[in-house]
Design a protein around this ligand. Sequence first.
Ligand SMILES: [Cu+2]
Length: 366
Amino acid sequence: MGTFFIIASLVLLAVILLQIGKITEIAGKLRGEEDMQMRSNAFHARLGVVFMVGFLVFVIVSFMYYKNSMLGYGPHTAASEHGVWIDNTFNVTMAVTGIVFFITHILLFWFAYKYRERTGHKATFYPHNNMLEMIWMGIPAVVMTFLVIGGLSVWNRTMADVEDGMVVGEDYIEIEATGLQWQWILRHPGDDGVLGERYYKNITGLNPLGQLWEDERNLDDIHPSELVLPVGTPVRVRIIARDVLHNFYLPHFRVKMDAVPGLPTYFVFTPTTTTEEYRQRLRDYPEWQAPSADDENKQRWETFNYELACAELCGRGHFSMKRIVRIVEPEEYVEWLASQKSYYSTTIQGSEEDTAKGVLSENTNE
Ligand SMILES: [Cu+2]
């Protein structure tokens, strides 16, 4: 019954609105409709211009407000070698598209205002102008070509693998990140500088990466809880997923690569700024320098840490795939590495897994 009354009231309301519309129409005819129409046109065209100004001011203000929080701006310049190229590419694209954004929005609303219907003005039929078309096809084509070629060149340099002839452990460090629901298992090579073999059928509760313990290179590999790397040395990260898609994401280094089950990927990057240097950069940032620097600002640098995250929405624990990343001086890295115990020595040695050494797949899997 209640529903019936609600529906009936809505129908009545619609009828009333229709009637009001009709009355307005008739009243308009009596008063001279055309004049009303023109006044309404002018009003809405002006509203459009006001909206445009407000909108563009809002765009500028919000950009100014958030700029210090955005990667690539303010104090957040890239902490890796290739990150600087990527930031430049982004900034150039932003400048070009930003200019076009302002021009097109101003034209859009200005034209709607200037060419509104007015008494005594007749629209011109203007279907074709070769010159004009050449200009608006030509300029974007040339600009896009430059953006795409520049972008491709940066992409190719960023995605390049280590150079031929480079020696792992000497010229670069190779580490491994395995994503699974919901954590990253990091693996650093031990003293030998090389990661040992792994085989997925060897994965057990004790051996989450399926490392082959008969491969001696595995015995000194460590599974650190933080990603610690020396500044200035190229790092090659092997990226692996154990279940669903994950994504190895180091925002401050502009590193981002999918971790795909069954398809190993990699990323090579060179950290250029230690954690301490980055904190100092935040501390020295002029806009946060005021003597009245509030606690919130101080927090920014006192507690700053690089982070490893997962950038693929991989399930309900996705958010927890966060690891602290520390970039340190090379000497500190050597010290840190020496202080770490190998996964084999802490977890495997003496266990059932250890005695099963040499027996591949099936047996160790159960
Ligand atoms: Cu994930």
